[in-house]
Design a protein around this ligand. Structure first.
Ligand SMILES: *Cc1c(COP(=O)(O)O)cnc(C)c1O
Length: 358
């Protein structure tokens, strides 16, 4: 077996090593089940205790009161792009969308299939290097909801804080979910594909406030109706993915919860941004004040140098640093589970690469 490398993958991303070891240890036989978690009923007491624990941990970490439903759905965040407007974009109202990059654009395209969709702010003009200032957002009358993408995985920008918006906010938090505390009052629905910051691919966590849920459209297809999943365990959930997510939630709690995640994430990202800021060789993609603590994007003076950077980093055990194919450059994803040691190794490599190749 090869050794584990310093992994900066944007998604699926790194998982805590202790979680992987526990999964390995339980793989053949889960507790008293006499079988693995993958081989027993999703209505068994063993799985029920796992999913109940995951819900309890989410409530505790985020401070969710009982008016919030917690759903574990399939179809990825990409399915939410369609499911949200299908449920909540009513014929009489428009939905407001903030366009901050590739994932926002996909969400907007799906909403447009359903009904009236207004892009109230966009940073497309500046190459998605920032979050549009709140004061510049167009206001529309009585929107069904306002959709934002809190962290832009590809371009490396992030809302610095929860947005102040009148009415209900729906947020795609796929790439910064549980990376910091959230002011829940601002939101009606939050969704996150697990494979960035929360667990393996295959499950999407959806949090919905009950009063918002009650406003959904009638006669929805059963599987796409949030009400179906809020009411009961309707069909087979992604058992294995939920099981791993539960372990990651335990790991977050044991590590000090969301305040501590936020502190560590700021510290880790700070190690890389300070190398960028001290250098004329590296240049950050995102504007100051809009920089992501999860996906750090930067450029080198020439594309050939970027290729050399990625290759030499790989030879030294630092992998998955190539920017998204649509954006180019370098991207280091430093999610919750990315160890500080990996980030220190990257900062040291950057300094050394600049000295020898710059
Ligand atoms: C990765 C990502 C998605 C897409 O997630 P899938 O689970 O692959 O559908 C959506 N939004 C954001 C912000 C992402 O980072």
């Amino acid at each position: 077996m090869g050794e584990r490398l310093h992994n900066f993958s944007a998604g699926p991303g790194v998982l805590p090593e202790s979680v992987l070891i526990e999964v390995r240890d339980e793989l053949l036989c889960f507790r008293d089940a006499g079988a693995s978690i993958m081989e027993i009923s999703h209505r068994s007491p063993q799985y029920t205790s796992v999913v109940e624990s995951a819900r309890e941990l989410l409530r505790e970490l985020l401070g969710l009161d009982p008016s919030w439903h917690i759903l574990f759905l399939q179809g990825g965040a990409s399915m939410q792009f369609y499911q949200v407007p299908l449920n909540f974009l009513t014929p009489g109202n428009a939905a407001a969308y903030v366009n901050t990059g590739a994932w926002s654009k996909k969400a907007i395209a799906e909403a447009q299939r359903i009904g009236h969709t207004e892009v109230v702010a966009s940073s497309a003009d500046t190459g998605f290097d920032q979050i549009p200032e709140r004061s510049t957002w167009k206001s529309i009358a009585d929107p069904a909801y306002t959709h934002i993408t809190t962290n832009n995985t590809i371009f490396g920008t992030q809302f610095a804080s929860d947005p102040e918006v009148e009415g209900v906010v729906v947020a795609d938090m796929s790439s910064d979910f549980l990376s910091r505390p959230v002011r829940l009052d601002d939101y009606g629905l939050i969704y996150a594909g697990a494979q960035k910051n929360l667990g393996p691919a295959g499950v999407t966590v959806v949090l919905i406030k009950d009063d918002f849920l009650q406003r959904r459209n009638a006669d929805l297809p059963t599987m796409l109706d949030y009400g179906t999943h809020a009411a009961k365990l309707f069909n087979t959930p992604p058992v294995f993915a939920v099981y791993v997510v539960e372990k990651v939630l335990q790991w977050i709690k044991a590590g000090g919860g969301l305040d501590e995640m936020a502190r560590r994430n700021e510290q880790k990202a700070g190690l890389i941004y300070s190398v960028i800021d001290a250098s004329d060789f590296y240049s950050g993609v995102a504007k100051h004040g809009h920089r992501s603590l999860m996906n750090i994007t930067f450029r080198l003076p020439a594309p050939e140098q970027e290729t050399a950077f990625v290759d030499r980093a790989k030879a030294e055990g630092l992998v998955a640093l190539k920017g998204h194919r649509s954006a180019g450059g370098i991207r280091a994803s430093t999610y919750n589970a990315c160890p500080t040691d990996s980030v220190r190794a990257l900062a040291a490599f950057m300094t050394e690469f600049e000295r020898t190749a710059g």
